[in-house]
Structure formats: structure tokens, C-alpha cells
Ligand binder design. Structure first.
Ligand SMILES: [Zn+2]
Length: 367
């Protein structure tokens, strides 16, 4: 068995306005680089299909799905704008369904044991999209659509989702906030002054889902040694207790030191080491079943190299650099705070939809 790579040429058809960070180059430059390094010839390329409406409806309202379709159709070759970050071009609806379908195909390939592990190189990203709201470059929450699909159709019961994107996954967090079948963990830049404004340490789920959402909001400057320390000291034993049937990573590489969208300091060695740890954990707990799917990552000069490091690791090729340095004091302090939070008996509020659109298009009915 080998590593799968999900890609479709149509992922390049969701076309941004000029100078938008979420653009097709993120994927085309990655594919070119993977070809140059011959990693592309080592993976099983899987061509996905669009998710069906019924698949997306497990996560989003029909009104929301129709709103995105309508906004795409009425673009007539020009952009429609959902919020200051989130644009719609005429192919957006198709490409967003194809991204959700791509992550579904990734999950299926792993569950059916067609590949050992998989990287879904998809766009637009998904983890900010909530039930009724496209935001933060996201339309449909690809990760949540995959998880619900595998649970509904492929006998998967428990999924561990780990999100290393620089931003908290408010969409995914909202979907599973009271659901104890999904352990939803995220390390991200502190949302006090960073999009999406949720993902605080005391947001740990509610009701039956209490303790199944974990947020680790780190300050700018946090890097490889901190991520690895958090994962080894907390995440690994926590996931062992949960015993998932599958581990899925929301791999957003905007936490990279070179990515100007965040102030985080993760390097290729850090991403490779995180990948290796989750491969080992998946081997131990769930027959190696591991899915990585693309979220953010906007430095098109370094992103292809980072993707090469991650996918090479999935193929079993060790990264040439080791993680260096020691975790910051702030990471030790946060970890103590998280462990204390999980011990307390308070009841936490819901994960809210944070981002209200500032510009509304009244011709498409909003959910
Ligand atoms: Zn992000």
C-alpha cells in the first residue's frame, strides 16, 4: 500500500480577485514541485468527484448550499463577495463541491484500505464554514462533510480531528461541539486578536461533547518545539484514551514561519515530525488510517516545499532536519491551564458563529 494524493485540475477554477492569498497558485505550484522532486510519481493519484447535495447537507443547511450556488451562478464572469475575505467566482459552487468530494474520497480510500494514508490537496478550504455561513475563504466544511459521510456510510464510529492551521476551526468546532464521537483538537494562534475570534482554552465542548473539543491558543512566536511538546505531552495520551477509528488532520500550513498571515514559527521539520507522530499513533490505534486535508497556507514560494516534506513523510521518507529548540514557558503555562480547565466542572457556552458578513447580496437568499 502507498500514499494517496487527491487532486483535480478544476481546483484551479475557483478564481480570486487580484492579490488574494487564497489563489490557484497554492495548488499548481505544489503539483509542479511534487513533479520536480518525483514525489508525484510515488503516490497514488486519486481524481475526486463533486460531493452530492445530500452529503453536504449533513453539515450545512440546504438554504446555505443554494445560496452558494446562486452566488456562483449570478457572478456572470465577475466576482460576487460574501464577506471582505470570501469571494465567489462563477465556478466556485462546482469547485467547493469538488473540494468536499475530494476530502470524502480521501477518507473513503483510507477506510477501504486502497491506500495507507492520504493527502487531499484541495481548495477552497473549509474549516471556517459553519452550518449557515461561508467565511474566511471557506464555503463548505470539507472535513466535517467527510467525517459525517464516513460515519453515515462506511461504519466509522469515532474520528479524531487535529487541526494545525494557524486559525481555529470555528466551523468544524461548531459542528461537533456536543458530539462525543468526534474528538476535535486544534492548536492555533491566540484568537484574542486573531481570526476567527473563537478557539479559547475554555471552549471544551458542551453536553455529551464536553471534553471532546480541545483548543490550544498559542501566542505569536510559537514554533516547532512547542507544537511537538503539546502533541507528545497532551494530544497523544488523550487520543489513546479516545480510541478513534480514524485520525484526520486539518493541515493548514499558514502556521509556517514564512507565512505572513500568522506570526507562528512552524518549519518544514515541524510539519514532518507532526506527520510522523500521527502516522505512528494511527498505526497504534486504528490500523494506520490517517487522512490529511489542506486548509490554509499562503506563501506560494515555501508552501510547495512544505507539502513535499509532509507527503514524503507519509511515504515513509524521513525528513532531513530534526526539530530543534525547547518549548517556550508560555506553552508550559498553557498546558497547565488546559489540564486544569478539563478538570473543572463548569459548563461552557456554545461555539458561536463569529463572522457576520459586512456586505450582503440581497438577490441570493441567505440561509
Ligand atoms: Zn488558516
Amino acid at each position: 500500500m502507498t500514499t494517496g494524493l487527491i487532486f483535480h485540475d478544476d481546483y484551479l477554477k475557483h478564481k480570486p480577485p487580484e492579490n488574494h492569498p487564497e489563489n490557484p497558485l497554492r495548488l499548481s505550484a505544489t503539483m509542479e514541485h511534487l513533479m520536480k522532486t518525483h514525489v508525484l510519481s510515488m503516490v497514488d493519484q486519486i481524481t475526486p468527484q463533486e460531493a452530492k447535495t445530500e452529503d453536504v447537507e449533513r453539515v450545512h443547511s440546504l438554504e446555505h448550499i443554494n445560496y452558494i450556488r446562486c452566488m456562483s451562478e449570478k457572478g456572470h464572469g465577475r466576482f460576487a463577495v460574501i464577506d471582505p475575505d470570501t469571494y465567489v467566482s462563477p465556478e466556485t459552487y462546482h469547485v467547493a463541491l469538488l473540494a468536499a468530494g475530494g476530502v470524502m474520497a480521501a477518507g473513503e480510500a483510507v477506510v477501504k484500505k486502497e491506500v495507507e494514508n492520504v493527502f487531499a490537496l484541495v481548495r477552497p478550504p473549509g474549516h471556517h464554514a459553519s452550518r449557515n455561513q461561508a467565511t474566511g475563504f471557506c464555503f463548505f466544511d470539507n472535513m466535517s462533510v467527510m467525517v459525517k459521510h464516513l460515519q453515515a456510510k462506511h461504519g466509522v464510529k469515532k474520528v479524531c480531528v487535529f487541526d494545525w492551521d494557524a486559525h481555529a476551526p470555528n466551523g468544524t468546532m461548531g459542528t461537533f461541539y456536543s458530539d462525543p464521537t468526534v474528538l476535535n483538537m486544534s492548536i492555533h494562534q491566540d484568537p484574542k486578536s486573531f481570526y476567527p475570534g473563537v478557539g479559547f482554552i475554555d471552549q471544551i465542548g458542551e453536553g455529551a461533547g464536553r471534553g471532546y473539543t480541545i483548543n490550544f491558543p498559542v501566542p505569536g512566536g510559537t514554533g516547532d518545539a512547542d507544537y511537538i511538546y503539546f502533541i507528545n505531552d497532551f494530544v497523544v495520551p488523550y487520543v489513546r484514551k479516545f480510541k478513534p477509528d480514524l485520525i484526520a488532520i486539518a493541515a493548514g500550513q499558514d502556521s509556517h514561519a514564512s507565512d505572513r498571515i500568522s506570526q507562528l514559527n512552524v518549519t518544514d521539520a515541524g510539519y514532518a515530525e507532526m506527520t510522523r507522530i500521527f502516522m505512528e499513533l494511527a498505526d497504534e490505534l486504528c490500523g494506520g488510517k490517517l487522512v490529511l486535508e489542506l486548509e490554509g497556507g499562503y506563501n506560494v514560494r515555501t508552501l510547495p516545499v512544505t507539502h513535499n516534506a509532509i507527503i514524503s513523510t507519509l511515504l515513509g521518507i524521513p525528513h532531513d532536519k530534526k526539530v530543534e529548540g525547547k518549548p517556550l514557558q508560555s506553552t508550559h503555562d498553557l498546558l497547565t491551564q488546559l489540564k486544569n480547565t478539563l478538570k473543572t466542572k463548569s459548563i461552557w457556552g456554545e461555539a458561536p458563529d463569529m463572522h457576520e458578513a459586512s456586505e450582503e447580496d440581497n438577490t441570493c437568499k441567505r440561509a
